[in-house]
Design a protein around this ligand. Structure first.
Ligand code: ADP
Ligand code: MG
Length: 386
């Protein structure tokens, strides 16, 4: 699913399948988290950016109560649903993402009736680039506009999050939807997960001759879900013992004392969160003062902290990071929840071929699955394209 249908081709396929032209086509991007991992549920800071890969949805309102949905991905055929019988527990498979958004909108009083929907996405699934939020945000943006619901981008973020939490059942924060809805071209979104305040930060990669290379390791470890829950539990324990509402409230100066109060493992989990929040803040100020060529060490320090203190990396992610660094990357880190998924490397555009070949060779030599490697650039957030 790496090649997008052009808007014209998408409209044509929609029309031949559903018998009438779409009312419009909306696009919402996936995202890369530049820095700030597992800080979101600790009410801390994150710095994602929307990427130049989007979920595109062509939608036509039908005027009845039937929804018909299809995706260009994986020959799954048309799914038809009677919206009158739509309940939180009745949704499964990929349509839980678009229908989850519809369910939340209806819960919030937006009268979404019958529609036809054709999804075409170039965001790879399960690679940590948030293909799920891309779908949610494209669908939420489409209905917001088609029904003139007047929901703000911030309100649409919460619609997508509710769909993911309450319908799909994934306990995620607001990072993914915020990146997909709030980004602008050439910027990252600096997000305070406590106040939910956001700020655009210039991320002028091209002007600095840099690119971000994603290495999708294709690894999905079976313990990813359990590991995520265990890390959350450690963070909650740490906050409780230290007497704070969330680890966001622990400062670097508090760490020495914390070491005496926490067991060794919980202390390292806490130290990752505290230092990661500091690295996000530092990355924002370095980007503003000196530009992206100066943030490499912060990215690499973030990876070391996730590998050693938070222990959410894996051999494939470590190999991708180490190989990129020894072949010209300014910085590199795993991105996303961990235990697999993708790493990112900040590299001079001129080093792309070298890094790509070195990573492929290193993975082959280690006997690992061949990774997918591709460049991403900071792109615009959700929008209408036709
Ligand atoms: P991520 O968001 O990190 O890519 P998730 O597990 O949260 O991973 O979401 C992936 C799921 O989103 C897929 O299993 C599928 O149900 C749905 N999905 C993503 N892209 C598409 C697509 N193009 N067509 C149909 N379903 C998709
Ligand atoms: Mg997801």
């Amino acid at each position: 699913m790496s090649t997008a249908l052009s808007p014209t081709a998408l409209a044509q396929q929609f029309t031949s399948l559903f018998g009438a032209a779409p009312d419009g086509i909306w696009a919402a991007p996936g995202r890369v988290n530049l820095i700030g991992e597992h800080t979101d549920y600790n009410e801390g800071f994150v710095l994602p950016f929307a990427i130049d890969r989007t979920a595109n949805v062509a939608v036509r309102l039908r005027g009845d109560n039937t929804a018909r949905l299809v995706s260009s991905y994986g020959n799954q055929g048309v799914v038809e649903v009677d919206l009158d019988t739509l309940s939180r527990d009745s949704m499964s498979g990929w349509t839980a993402y678009p229908l989850g958004v519809v369910w939340v909108l209806r819960q919030q009083g937006v009268a979404v009736g019958g529609f036809d929907l054709f999804l075409d996405s170039t965001v790879p699934t399960g690679a940590g680039l948030s293909s799920s939020a891309a779908i949610e945000c494209a669908v939420a943006t489409a209905f917001n506009e088609l029904l003139d619901a007047q929901l703000s981008p911030g309100a649409l973020v919460l619609v997508g999050q509710r769909a993911e939490n309450e319908v799909v059942g994934a306990p995620t924060g607001i990072l993914d939807q915020s990146a997909s809805l709030l980004s602008t071209d050439g910027h990252a979104v600096f997000l305070d997960c406590r106040s939910q305040a956001s700020q655009l930060v210039p991320l002028a990669l091209a002007a600095a001759g840099l690119i971000v290379l994603v290495v999708d390791t294709k690894v999905t470890h079976a313990h990813a879900t359990g590991g995520y829950a265990a890390r959350r539990a450690s963070c909650e324990l740490g906050a409780e013992v230290l007497g704070v509402a969330a680890l966001r409230d622990v400062d670097a100066e508090d760490l020495a004392e914390a070491a005496g109060l926490l067991d060794e493992e919980t202390f390292r989990r806490v130290r990752h969160i505290v230092t990661e929040d500091m690295r996000v803040l530092e990355t924002v100020s370095v980007l503003e003062a000196s530009g992206p060529s100066a943030i490499g060490d912060l990215l690499t320090a973030s990876h070391a902290s996730m590998r050693d203190d938070f222990e959410i990396s894996c051999p494939e992610l470590d190999l991708a990071v180490d190989t990129a660094l020894s072949n010209g990357a300014l910085g590199a880190r795993m991105t996303g929840g961990g235990f697999g998924g993708s790493a990112i490397a900040l590299i001079p555009a001129s080093a792309e071929a070298t890094v790509r070949t070195a990573v492929l060779d290193a993975f082959a030599a280690a006997g690992f699955t061949t990774p997918d490697i591709f460049a991403v650039s900071p792109a615009a957030g959700a929008r209408r394209i036709v």
